[in-house]
Design a protein around this ligand. Structure first.
Ligand SMILES: [Zn+2]
Length: 167
């Protein structure tokens, strides 16, 4: 089954919003997880990165996230969708996307569902007017404000919403 993390936001003066995510600085996605067999919801958020893999039991290969339900003991897993054997990089959210839902990352999941996303860590975006890059964008408060010195204008990301949906 495919699940996507989608974002909707209003971008003013900035574009190409995405998490800072590379082998050197892996981005950690923090989700609430639910077992699809017994519907148990894990009380603590779990962390998933594209840069780590874990073995599945019984030599069934690897996944980016492997989880065993405490209630029914069933093992489940999630992996970032791959392109050319690499995890697909996060999709950029552009100024033109403002107000619309767009998938950031997509997962193949088995036996679990992500039910909620808690944004943490650093995101990045750039000016729509010049080459200025904003590299420490914190979306945790649901909005972000800065000043574009070269353009002489305030820039902002507001009305940040998250959704997990089928894909
Ligand atoms: Zn379970």
């Amino acid at each position: 089954m495919g699940l996507a993390l989608a974002i909707s936001a209003e971008l003013t003066g900035v574009t190409d919003l995405h998490p800072v995510d590379s082998a050197d600085t892996p981005y950690t996605y923090s989700f609430t997880v639910q077992c699809t067999s017994c519907r148990e919801i894990h009380p603590n958020a779990v962390e998933v990165t594209a840069w780590e893999s874990h073995e599945l039991s019984g030599s069934r290969g690897e996944a980016n996230f492997v989880w065993r339900c405490r209630a029914c003991r069933r093992e489940s897993s999630a992996s970032f969708k791959m392109v050319a054997k690499q995890p697909t990089p996060p999709t950029m959210y552009t100024a033109e996307d403002s107000g619309k839902w767009k998938n950031v990352v997509e997962f193949d999941v088995r036996g679990l569902e992500f039910t909620d996303f808690q944004v943490t860590g650093e995101w990045t975006c750039k000016s729509t007017e010049n080459t200025t890059v904003f590299s420490e964008v914190d979306l945790e408060p649901g909005e972000w404000f800065d000043y574009d010195e070269k353009a002489g204008q305030e820039v902002m990301i507001t009305d940040v919403k998250w959704q997990i949906r089928n894909c």
